[in-house]
Design a protein around this ligand. Sequence first.
Ligand SMILES: [Zn+2]
Length: 118
Amino acid sequence: LLTIFKGPNPGMYPQVNGNFSFYSGSCVVFMCITAVTTTVMLPSLRDLPAQTMCPHCKHQVITITDHYSGLMAWLACGCLALIGCWPCCLAPFWMDSCKDVEHRCPNCNNILSFYKRL
Ligand SMILES: [Zn+2]
């Protein structure tokens, strides 16, 4: 009985340790991601729809985004116009990556965050 008990133990420990360190590693990464999305939730809303908790209806939602031409789009337009790209200087007004982003709750339609690029 002793030899059977001793047998699997030394073999199992490294395997368990290996699995544990692997899981704890991925767990730390997972906790970082959840910490960013839950505790710092509203400033983390950038230019893409993101999962967050709505402070108005207390639901876990994925935000709806609307893009608006902000200062960044106007500056990019001005710079392109100064360089002489006349037809292209209007491009920032079609490019979502140059626009400010408004995040709304799909549940109660309240504005959750407004991401300004400048
Ligand atoms: Zn809501």
